[in-house]
Design a protein around this ligand. Structure first.
Ligand SMILES: [Zn+2]
Length: 266
C-alpha cells in the first residue's frame, strides 16, 4: 500500500467513488470527531427488499486490515453486487481507525454497545436497520493475541463456517488454541447456540449485557451471522488479502443459496 493503514480520507474517498460508479445510496449515520460514519447500500437494499448481505468493519480502530480487505473486495466488483440487497459499513469507528485505538473518541468499545440507544451512533444504526432482514451478516475483526484465523458463527441454516475457514487457511492458518478469550474453539471455529434466550444469557454472563454487533444482528436482523478474525501481528498485506478471500467465499455461499431456492421454487 502506498498509504498508511489508518488513512481514513483515502478509505472514504474510494468508497465514495465506488458508490458513484455503482449508483449506491450513501447515508451518514453520525459524525465522529469530524468524520462521517457512512453506510452504503445498493438499489435492492434501498427498495427494502429482504435477504441479502450486511457487512461491516472498523468497529475496533486498531484492527486495520478489515476495512482495506472489504474495500478491495468491493472494488473487485463481486457478482453479488446487483443480485441481492447489500448494506456496507466500511468504517464504524473512524476516530479509532485514525488514532489506532480499539475504542472510539469517547473511549467506548463500540462492540459492547450495539443495544445502547443512549449512543447517537447506535440509535441511528438501529433506526436504519428497522424492519430489515438479511440472509447473512459479516463482521470483520482482528485479534492481537491470535496466531491464526478464527470465526464466530451464529447460523440458523447449517454450519458453513468450517468451509469458510478452509478456503482462507492457505493464506493464514487456522488458530490452533483450544480457547480464545475464555471460550472454546474447534479448529478456529466457535458455533454459538442459536437459541435466542441462551444467546441473551451468554451476553449477560460474559459481557455484562453489552451487545456485540454480531449478536444484535442475529437476534434482530440476520438469519446467519459471522465474525471473522485475523491475527493483527501478522503481515498487513496478507491479512487484507485474507479478509478479501473470506468475503468472496461467504458471498459465493450466499449467492449459491439464493440460486438454489430460486430453482426449488420453479
Ligand atoms: Zn475487534
Amino acid at each position: 500500500m502506498e498509504h498508511s493503514g489508518h488513512d481514513i480520507e483515502q478509505l472514504l474517498s474510494r468508497w465514495e467513488k465506488l458508490a458513484r460508479a455503482n449508483d449506491w445510496e450513501t447515508i451518514v449515520l453520525a459524525e465522529a470527531g469530524g468524520y462521517p460514519v457512512c453506510v452504503f447500500q445498493n438499489r435492492k437494499s434501498g427498495c427494502r427488499e429482504n435477504g441479502g448481505l450486511y457487512v461491516s468493519s472498523g468497529v475496533h480502530g486498531d484492527e486495520c486490515a478489515p476495512p482495506w480487505g472489504l474495500l478491495r473486495w468491493a472494488e473487485s466488483n463481486p457478482p453479488l453486487f446487483d443480485e441481492v440487497p447489500l448494506v456496507v459499513i466500511p468504517c464504524f469507528n473512524p476516530v479509532g481507525f485514525v488514532e489506532n485505538t480499539r475504542s472510539d473518541g469517547d473511549r467506548v468499545d463500540l462492540n459492547r454497545h450495539f443495544q445502547n440507544r443512549g449512543l447517537p451512533l447506535m440509535s441511528a444504526w438501529q433506526d436504519f436497520l428497522k424492519g430489515r432482514e438479511f440472509s447473512m451478516a459479516l463482521n470483520l475483526h482482528e485479534d492481537y493475541d491470535a496466531t491464526g484465523i478464527y470465526l464466530y458463527e451464529i447460523a440458523s441454516e447449517g454450519s458453513p463456517g468450517g468451509s469458510f475457514l478452509s478456503s482462507c487457511q492457505d493464506l493464514i492458518p487456522r488458530e490452533t488454541a483450544p480457547s480464545v478469550d475464555g471460550v472454546e474453539f474447534r479448529d478456529g471455529l466457535l458455533s454459538h447456540d442459536v437459541d435466542e434466550s441462551r444467546l441473551r444469557e451468554m451476553v449477560e454472563e460474559n459481557l455484562d449485557g453489552g451487545m456485540p454487533e454480531a449478536v444484535y444482528l442475529y437476534l434482530n436482523h440476520a438469519l446467519n451471522s459471522f465474525t471473522f478474525e485475523t491475527p493483527s501481528e501478522m503481515d498487513l498485506r496478507r491479512r487484507i488479502e485474507t479478509h478479501q478471500r473470506f468475503l468472496e467465499v461467504a458471498a459465493a455461499h450466499l449467492l449459491e443459496g439464493k440460486n438454489r431456492s430460486l430453482d426449488e421454487s420453479r
